[in-house]
Design a protein around this ligand. Structure first.
Ligand SMILES: [Zn+2]
Length: 144
């Protein structure tokens, strides 16, 4: 299969890996092991500046979530206008032993979201900029 569309990532400092298997890039402190996302220049726990980039786990558990039901301010958001807004899920995903990441969720139906469910990193088009991808988490099916 040939790819005809070219995507770009919203920020290569945030997202590494490949389009098929993206990885979030956080940082880890050499002194105390604290992991952050996005990456930071110094450790928020011990203030060490000896922090290195780290590719984070792609799966975690949904720690908390909500559904964003009202449109953000436009402009600057929603270049197509507020009528293009659709409610979406947003939540914190706890990556085991690493860090909680705040992210868009691919699921916006509250009946299909529950705290503790398995989630996996994926990429979605940025609203209003369909050639640009950003990160999100999707629910993992039981048999995956
Ligand atoms: Zn530290």
């Amino acid at each position: 299969m040939t790819k005809t569309r070219q995507f770009r990532l919203i920020d290569p400092e945030l997202i590494g890996g490949t389009e098929q298997v993206p990885r979030l890039i956080g940082s880890v402190c050499a002194g105390c092991g604290t992991v952050t996302f996005p990456r930071q220049r110094s450790c928020p726990r011990c203030t060490s500046e000896d922090v290195q980039p780290r590719e984070l786990a792609i799966r975690g558990e949904l720690w908390s979530w909500t559904i964003q039901c009202f449109a953000p301010k436009a402009p600057p958001y929603l270049p197509g206008g507020v009528e293009e807004f659709e409610p979406y899920g947003v939540g914190y995903v706890e990556l085991p032993g690493e860090v909680r990441v705040e992210a868009r969720l691919t699921e916006s139906d509250p009946e299909r979201l529950r705290i503790g469910m398995s989630m996996e990193l994926t990429l979605i088009p940025v609203p209003g900029a369909s050639d640009t991808l950003t990160f999100a988490f999707r629910p993992v099916e039981e048999d995956e």
